[in-house]
Design a protein around this ligand. Structure first.
Ligand SMILES: CSCCC(=O)C(=O)COP(=O)(O)O
Ligand SMILES: [Mg+2]
Length: 239
């Protein structure tokens, strides 16, 4: 059955919604893991790197003079736990940006995704992204895909730094403001994680759960949220 919605903005999660969880946890994490230490050591004057290292030490309770190896051990542990810590995401974003620019990384989406994004964009809907991945990494990931450069499809990008935690309603209120204060009911959020949808609904947004076969949340309880298996089951019309 096709579900039909009307909206002005479509805000999209990435992992589990646009691309398989394994593409992030295996493909992207494997790319970042061996590069974290060399990246930190190669960029001692970068404000982003200095801040990410300092925040990692503070969050992990490391001494101020802890070396790169200790910091990297924490970052690796966070990746193993899939902890979406902002300093880790900042460093991953820089490393992925370089990987996409060099062509070593190429994003590949679920087969129903790119056609739907293009159709919504062509229909006059405004598209935005809200992901735990840092904005820098998000933009890079859309710049080199198996379907070419998709960055032009998106008007705005949000992460846990410029919006806030994905499972808290104030983050969605902040994004509403960042989108220019549309009626919250004219924004629809697409995600595979029920707790994120709960927070978006609390902020007055429409919500759609993605229960994609084989993904971690495929059998989750989505409560009252609309749920689809793929974007092919969804029609969003411009309001
Ligand atoms: C290149 S974007 C990588 C996305 C990422 O790092 C991540 O943790 C995905 O989390 P999401 O909030 O999109 O489920
Ligand atoms: Mg997700």
């Amino acid at each position: 059955m096709t579900e039909v919605l009307r909206a002005q903005w479509v805000v999209l999660d990435i992992e589990g919604t646009l691309m398989p969880t394994s593409a992030v946890h295996v493909g992207l994490y494997d790319f970042a893991r061996p590069r974290l230490g060399p990246w930190i050591d190669a960029h001692p004057d970068s404000e982003l790197v200095r801040s990410a290292v300092a925040r990692t030490k503070a969050e992990a309770g490391l001494a101020d003079d802890a070396g790169t190896a200790e910091v990297v051990a924490v970052l690796h542990r966070w990746m193993a736990e899939d902890r979406k810590a902002a300093p880790l995401k900042d460093l991953q974003g820089e490393i992925w940006q370089q990987g996409y620019a060099s062509g070593e990384l190429v994003s590949s989406y679920f087969p129903d995704v790119v056609g739907a994004l293009r159709a919504w964009h062509a229909a006059g809907l405004a598209l935005a992204v809200f992901s735990s991945g840092a904005v820098k990494g998000q933009v890079a990931s859309f710049s080199n895909t198996t379907d070419g450069d998709l960055t032009g499809l998106f008007r705005s990008h949000f992460d846990t730094v410029n919006a806030g935690p994905k499972r808290e309603a104030p983050s969605y209120a902040a994004i509403t403001a960042g989108l220019g204060d549309p009626d919250p009911g004219a924004v629809v959020f697409l995600s595979d994680v029920p707790a994120e949808l709960d927070a978006a609904a609390e902020a007055g947004w429409q919500t759609v759960g993605l229960a994609r076969a084989g993904e971690p949340y495929a059998d989750a309880d989505f409560g009252a949220h609309l749920v689809v298996g793929t974007f092919d089951d969804l029609r969003i019309e411009a309001a």
